[in-house]
Structure formats: C-alpha cells, structure tokens
Design a binder for this molecule. Sequence first.
Ligand code: GLY
Ligand code: MN
Ligand code: MN
Length: 444
Amino acid sequence: MKKLTQEDFQERRDHLAAEMGLRSIAIISTRAEMLRNRDADYKYRSDSSFFYLTGFAEPEAVAVIETFDSEEDGYSYSLFCRERDREMEIWNGYRAGVDGAVDDYEADEAYAIDLLDEEILTKLQNKDKLFYRIGQNAEFDARVTKWLATAGGESRRGHAIPGQVIQLDRIVDEMRLQKSADEIELMQIASNISAQAHTRAMQTVKPGMMEYALEAELNYVFGKNGCVPSYNSIVGGGENGCILHYVENDKELKDGDLVLIDAACEYQLYASDITRTFPVNGKFSPEQKALYNVVLDAQIAAIDAVRISNSYKEPHNVAVRILVQGLLDLGIMQGDLEEIIQKEAYRQFYMHGTGHWLGMDVHDVGSYKLDGEWRAYEAGMVVTVEPGLYIAPDDETVDAKWRGIGIRIEDDVVAMPNGPHVLTAAVVKSVEDIEALMAKAKVA
Ligand code: GLY
Ligand code: MN
Ligand code: MN
C-alpha cells in the first residue's frame, strides 16, 4: 500500500522552515471534531495542511515550528497532542501520545495538548514573525490573540514577541499546489478506485433503480478499497442532472433519462473528482447523444489546453467556444458566436467554471491569479476539466426535446512536461464505449 513516509513530511517542514526565515514561529492546528447529532461525531478527517506537514491524523493536535537567531540553529518541530490514556483508548481508540509523537512522528519535542497555553508563551518569545492561518477557526483565532496579548505583557521583561502575523497559507498553499511524484501517485490510486466505481455504476444501473441505490454501488467500491468519498456524491437522474449540487439522490431513475454521477473518493487524504453522464437504459437518445458529443468535444479540447505555460483560463476559453458553437449548430442558441461569448449569454446553459485545483482538498488550495493575472500551469499542478450543458426543464426558449437534459464530463489532469496527463482515463466516456460497456454483462 502506497503511503507517504515520515521523511516526506519532514521535507515539507524543512521547506516551510526555510521559507519562514529566522526568528519565526508557525502554529498549525488540526481540525476540530464535529458533532453529527447529540454525542455522535462525524467520522474524523484531519485538516489537510496540518496532515500535509505532520502525517499525524489524530484530532486535538497542534504543530509548532520555530526558527532561531541563526541558520546554524536549524529549526525545531514540536507536536502538542493527546496523552495516552488507557480508559479513553478502550472507548475511543489508539493514541500515539507524546512518546509516539517523538518516536513515530519525528517531533523534536512533544507535549500534552493541555500544556499548549502555557508552553506557547515561551515559544513566542524572541520571535519576529508569527505564521498562522487566520480566519479558519474563530475559537483558535481567539486563543492565538490571547497568547499574543499575554506574551506582549511579558515582553516588558525584555523578550521580543512577534511584531508581524503572516498568513501561513501563503507558503503552505503554494507548496501544496505543486504536487510531487509521490502525491501524484496517491491521486492516481484515488482516481483508479473512483474510475472503478463509475464503471460499476454503468454496469449496474437500470430503469426503476433509486438514485441512492446507485450511490451505494459507488460507496461499495470506495469502502472495499479503504476509501471514503472526497465530497458528497451527486447521482442525478434526468432533470436532476441540471441541479449543480444535487445530493438528495432520492428519486427513481427512469427509462429514457440520463444519469449524471459526480462522485469520487480520497486515498490517504488525496482526492479524485470524476463526473460521468450516461443513459439509464444503456442507449443514448439522438438528442442526448448530440448534446453529449458537444460536451465531450469541449472536454477533450480543454484537457489538451492543460499545458505548461498556458494560462489557467485557457481550458475554460477553449471549452466555452466549442460549447457555444455546438449550441448554435443544434439550434439551441441563435446569434453570433463571438457576441454570445463576449456577453456570456451561454451562461443560460453553462453557468460554472471549467475546473479547479485538485489535491488533498477537492477544491484545493493555491491561488488562481498572480499579481492580478491568471497564472500559468506549471509541472505537477492538478486541475479538473469539467465542462457541461444543462437545459433547464422549464426553459421555454428551447425546443421541448432538449429540456431537462443535464450533462457534465469531468476528469482530473496533471500538467506534465510532456503534456497533459489524465489521471481518470480508466473510466470510459465516448458514446460508443459507454454503450458497449453497458451492453456487456452486468454486475450482479
Ligand atoms: N465535485 C465537486 C466539483 O466537481 O467541483
Ligand atoms: Mn470538480
Ligand atoms: Mn466533481
């Protein structure tokens, strides 16, 4: 099983410490546990940036990275975590404890999380800069503010405290945006499992099935492979495919309709994000096929635009042009191609962007613009390419035969020196391949 090693996490901390500069401190908290009802929690999932830097998946943990007066002093990594506790571990599971934090997670120093308020005051002394992710957790923000105020009071005794508070994300988000070969390998595994899930859905669907039952087929594949969905699955039959964030998944799948599935899993906290749209009965109608092929042509051309040095926006621009031309050719739109694009009149049928960064978070971190301009793709950046067309069921501006058709096709693409690499190619997407797959023996 592919897994990142402690050396990988250490390299990331080395990188962060180097970017922070001397006399600096970074405080990185993981995500709080969340109640689902009364005393039952949602299954815990670490904060992505915290895990990225530590590999530590327990809740109630804070990492502190400190640099000192000279480069020769290197940096220090402290991990504050839950102490081992026989009683709690019997009820709630294993904890690494402070010894585990040092022995297994390479912390230079480890402390019980209860000591954070006390120990952090010492660590803030003689530092010029504090790196912290402001605005993520109001409760933790208040604690940090209090530490600064308290440490400031003590500074009268001659210890400097940080005069600058800097968004930690500025450094960590950029690091996360550039994926290493190991990270891409993890995303490839997540993509392969997600592709299997889509394939199974195509092989299992039939008229009369409930959307949630088809969702269960996806979850079966995710779960069997030790994965969880990376976001709430969308399984929308017919006109539900026109609802961009449809997650009820509680309607019946009907003969003659398409079903749009936007679902994927995360593996070792690295996400995949796939959409496929296919006929419930295995055969596209002429209208469904015509519209589908417009989206597919747009998607294939947009993928080809994920090239190093191209602007982030290039795939979107390429996709929009093909979608609009297709809508004109099919008589769904009338008018001048350039004018429709310039006035964004196509938003009646295509109202979302063509992609987003993908990584540990499904809508991953990393800025889209630099100095006000769309940035260019660099090697190791991963983006989704997901054009679609959605003809609202009540849109009387178009012929009735098109209404209620919603189509999106989404793949995950890495910008590589030799061109775009599609992580999610294992699930079919041409009309011919989908129909052939669906015509073959079904999963029992
Ligand atoms: N599944 C979320 C998205 O496609 O953006
Ligand atoms: Mn997406
Ligand atoms: Mn998606």
